[in-house]
Write a protein that binds this ligand. Structure first.
Ligand code: UDP
Ligand code: MG
Length: 325
């Protein structure tokens, strides 16, 4: 097999503090893979600036001029991690044989990219990076993540435990991923649906190299909820089951009340009446809200608004400069 062109896609949102180190480490990785003849010399790193408010883009521009491995894509505004990642993946697949996605903060072990490439040479289209040791994450993050994977699996969604978005994908995988056209994007759920030959590589997750997490609890919960409702209609089915159970319960209560009345018992029932009115009202609102969430998703999907807007691209500057002259 001839040497594949690799592009490493890195979504960045306000990452000026880590960027220099990320550039350094990823350039080292490309350099050594090229030296060992595992990838083509024109392999690159593509930094996707997701509408950062700090100096992220100007740093990317500077690194691009100084380092031939570094290319950049600037989104016109913040599109969110998943959309920024998709923007980078779809751009990179146009000129790459395989693409590795990794976060900018160096939590994922860059040296594992070598293993990814070896697996690609063995014929795998998708290589999932799996976090083995998560002790660098807080107990809360680990517990919620574990709960989330369990919930997803029990709802029948095929998802890889402890895999975030650190993975390798071949060009044909990405060509097929592009067909999905989902506005409610949850990439780690979509990729396993493609069904190409895949394997896993284990690594230890480190702490963020610098800067703060761009995923506060609020965003994390929204992301998890989005993942569930994008891949499973089981929650709606549970509403039906709940309705059925409440109905069965009301039949029992009715029999109790009628028999009591016939036997001449003094049924006052104010407490049970007011409680059931509140309870049923609450359950109904919850059910309507849940169904509303799904309708909201349909609404978003139907509009098919683009997930990102590309403002600028930095690639092969020497070529572009020459043609301009
Ligand atoms: N990110 C992004 N857009 C956003 C939020 C985050 O491109 O709106 C990037 C961020 O720069 C990082 C990656 O997504 O490269 C993961 O974010 P982070 O490390 O903050 O998440 P955590 O690891 O804490 O879950
Ligand atoms: Mg991180």
């Amino acid at each position: 097999m001839s040497k594949p062109i690799l592009t490493i896609v890195v979504p960045c949102y306000n990452e000026e503090e880590v960027l220099p180190e990320t550039v350094f480490q990823l350039s080292e990785v490309l350099d050594s893979l090229i030296t060992d003849q595992l990838i083509a010399p024109n392999s690159t790193v593509l930094f996707v600036d997701d509408g950062s408010k700090d100096a992220t883009w100007s740093l990317i521009e500077r690194f691009h001029l100084a380092n031939s491995f570094i290319t950049g894509l600037k989104l016109a505004k913040n599109a969110g991690h998943q959309s920024a990642l998709l923007a980078g993946l779809l751009q990179a697949k146009e000129y790459s044989d395989c693409v590795v996605s990794i976060d900018a903060d160096l939590q994922d072990d860059t040296s594992v990219i070598r293993e990814f490439i070896k697996k690609f040479h063995e014929g795998y289209d998708i290589v999932y990076g799996i976090r083995q040791d998560r002790s660098a994450d807080t107990l809360f993050k680990r517990a919620t993540a574990q709960g989330f994977y369990k919930l997803m699996t029990s709802l029948g969604v095929k998802i890889h435990y402890n895999h975030a978005d650190f993975r390798l994908m071949s060009k044909r995988t990405l060509d097929n991923l592009e067909k999905f056209q989902e506005v409610n994007l949850f990439l780690r759920g979509l990729v396993p649906l493609l069904g190409f030959p895949s394997t896993q590589v284990y690594y230890d997750r480190k702490e963020r190299f610098a800067g703060e997490s761009k995923y506060p609890l609020r965003k994390m919960l929204a992301f998890a909820f989005d993942g569930i409702t994008s891949f499973s209609v089981t929650p709606i089915r549970l509403v039906t089951v709940m309705g059925f159970m409440l109905f069965a319960l009301s039949v029992v209560a009715a029999i109790y009340a009628i028999v009591g009345k016939l036997l001449g018992a003094n049924v006052t029932g104010w407490t049970s009446l007011i409680l059931s009115v509140w309870f049923i009202g609450g359950v109904q609102l919850l059910a309507i809200g849940l169904i509303g969430e799904y309708i909201g998703k349909i609404y978003k999907e139907v509009k098919q608004r683009p997930l990102f807007v590309i403002e600028k691209e930095l690639r092969e500057h020497t070529l572009a400069d020459e043609t301009a002259n």
